[in-house]
Design a protein around this ligand. Structure first.
Ligand code: RNT
Ligand code: ZN
Length: 417
C-alpha cells in the first residue's frame, strides 16, 4: 500500500478520534509498549527437542499435517524470527521445557538445568526478545493421567522435581534479561470417567504446589492455568478453575486465563475485573476454541475484543501478560503466528481507542441509549487506519501484503523441508 495513503487515512482517523476525546498518538505509544509472548510451540505442533520421539499426550492435540514444520532448534528460531518480522512492535518468546537446547543428549525432565537454556538466553538477547517459560508435564512416559497429583509417590516426586527445576530455569532467564520471566504451570491431571477420589487428587496437587513454590525467587513469577477438560480426561480435571482461583488468591500467585479453557458461553472477559481484586496479575493464553479447546488461530472475534476491552476498562494494562496459545497444524505455521498476533494487536488497538471517559459518564448518569449508541458507532470508527500506522512506523508490511511474503518464505524455505 502507498505510504501517503496510509498517512492520509491516519490523519482522518486522528481527527475523528480527537473529536471524541481520544488521542491516537497516545494509543500508538501504548501499542508500542504492548508486548505479546509468542508461544514457541506453534512452529512445530508442540513437538520440542527431547529427541525421544514421543507423541503429544496430556489431553491436547494439534490437528493437521501441513508441510514444513520446524524440525530442530535452528529451524524453529528461523521461523519465529520470520514471523516477528511481520508483527509490529517488540515481543517476548514463551518457551516450554521440552524446547531446551539439549545438544542431542537425552535429558530427562527431572534433570533439566538452566544451562540447557543458555543458548536461548543468548538468542533472546541478540534478537531483543525476552523469554517466558513453562514446565512440561505432558508427552512423557511418566505423564499418564496424573502428574503432580499422582498418589504414586515416585511419579509425583518426579514431577515436583521437574517443576522446581523449571522455576530455577525461569529465574536464570529473568535474571539474564533483567526482567521477570513468567513461568506458567499447567498440568493435564484428570480422568476419563466417573472419579470418586476427587478430593484426594486435589489435596495432593495442593501439597505439590506448596512444595514447588516454597523457594522464593526475585526474577521470575509463577502463574497457574486451569482447564475444563482434556481429550480422554473428560470427567474430571484436578486443576479446575475453582481450585486454581482459590489457590492463587490464597498464595498471591498469578492466574493464567486460557480463552479455550472455559465453558463455551462463559465470558473470560468478565473474569478480569473480578480476579484482579484478589490475584496480583494475570497471564493470558489467547486462543480460539471452536466447540472445544481446539486451539484454532486467534482472530479478531467478539470474545477476544471483549477481553482486551475489559483489560483497558479495568485500567489493568500493566497487570496483564499477553501470551498466545494455539497450535494449528493445518495451515502455514508462520502465517498462523502472524494472523493470531496481529489479531490480538488489533483487538488491543480498538480497545485503547474507545472513548472511555464519555462511555463511563453515560453509564453513571443513567444514559443507557447513549452508551449503547456510542459503543455501536465505535465498531465502525477508523481504528484500522491507526493499526496500519502502527505497522508503518514499525517497518512491517501494512495490511494483507504479508501474505505474499509468507508465500515466498514457504516456497524457498518451509516447503523444502
Ligand atoms: C493446554 C494448555 C497449555 C498448553 C501449552 C502447550 O490445554 O492450554 O497451556 O496449550 O502449555
Ligand atoms: Zn494454555
Amino acid at each position: 500500500m502507498k505510504e501517503n495513503l496510509i498517512q492520509q487515512a491516519y490523519e482522518i482517523a486522528r481527527e475523528r478520534y480527537a473529536a471524541l476525546g481520544v488521542d491516537t498518538e497516545k494509543v500508538l505509544e501504548q501499542m508500542q509498549n504492548f508486548h505479546l509472548s509468542l508461544h514457541c510451540w506453534q512452529a512445530d505442533d508442540v513437538t520440542g527437542f527431547e529427541n525421544q520421539g514421543g507423541d503429544l499426550t496430556g489431553g491436547i492435540q494439534a490437528t493437521g499435517n501441513y508441510p514444513g514444520k520446524a524440525r530442530n532448534i535452528d529451524e524453529l528460531r528461523q521461523d519465529i524470527l520470520k514471523a516477528t518480522s511481520y508483527i509490529p512492535g517488540t515481543h517476548r518468546l514463551n518457551l516450554h521445557e521440552i524446547y531446551g537446547d539439549f545438544k542431542g543428549k537425552v535429558v530427562d525432565r527431572n534433570e533439566v538445568e538452566p544451562e540447557h537454556f543458555q543458548s536461548w538466553i543468548e538468542w533472546g538477547k541478540e534478537n531483543n526478545m525476552k523469554l517466558d517459560f513453562n514446565s512440561t508435564s505432558f508427552s512423557h512416559p511418566k505423564s499418564g493421567d496424573l502428574s503432580l497429583s499422582n498418589p504414586d509417590e515416585g511419579i509425583r516426586r518426579f514431577w515436583i522435581e521437574h517443576t522446581k527445576r523449571c522455576r530455577a530455569v525461569a529465574e536464570a532467564m529473568g535474571k539474564a534479561q533483567d526482567d521477570p520471566c513468567i513461568m506458567n504451570l499447567w498440568v493435564h491431571d484428570g480422568s476419563k470417567d466417573i472419579t470418586v477420589n476427587r478430593k484426594l487428587y486435589r489435596e495432593l496437587l495442593k501439597e505439590s504446589l506448596d512444595e514447588i513454590f516454597a523457594t522464593e525467587y526475585d526474577n521470575m513469577k509463577d502463574c497457574i492455568e486451569s482447564k475444563v477438560f482434556g481429550i480422554g480426561l473428560e470427567s474430571y480435571t484436578v486443576g479446575s478453575n475453582d481450585f486454581y482461583t482459590a489457590y492463587a488468591a490464597s498464595r498471591g500467585k498469578m492466574i493464567t486465563l486460557d480463552t479455550g479453557h472455559f465453558h463455551p458461553t462463559e465470558s473470560v472477559a468478565d473474569k478480569v475485573s473480578a480476579m484482579l481484586l484478589y490475584v496480583p496479575e494475570l497471564m493470558l493464553h489467547v486462543s480460539r476454541p471452536v466447540r472445544w479447546d481446539s486451539d484454532h488461530v486467534t482472530i479478531m472475534d467478539d470474545p477476544t475484543l471483549d477481553l482486551f476491552s475489559e483489560i483497558v476498562r479495568a485500567d489493568a494494562l500493566d497487570r496483564v501478560h499477553y501470551g498466545l496459545d494455539y497450535f494449528d497444524a493445518s495451515i502455514n505455521r508462520i502465517g498462523a503466528y502472524v494472523i493470531g498476533s496481529r489479531a490480538a494487536q488489533k483487538c488491543m488497538c480498538r480497545a485503547l481507542l474507545e472513548p472511555i471517559a464519555t462511555l463511563r459518564d453515560y453509564e453513571l448518569t443513567g444514559r443507557g441509549f447513549q452508551r449503547l449508541a456510542l459503543l455501536e458507532e465505535c465498531k465502525a470508527l477508523p481504528w484500522n487506519a491507526v493499526y496500519d500506522m502502527f505497522c508503518l512506523r514499525n517497518n512491517v508490511p501494512v495490511g494483507e501484503s504479508f501474505i505474499a511474503e509468507i508465500e515466498k518464505y514457504e516456497a524457498e524455505v518451509t516447503a523444502q523441508r
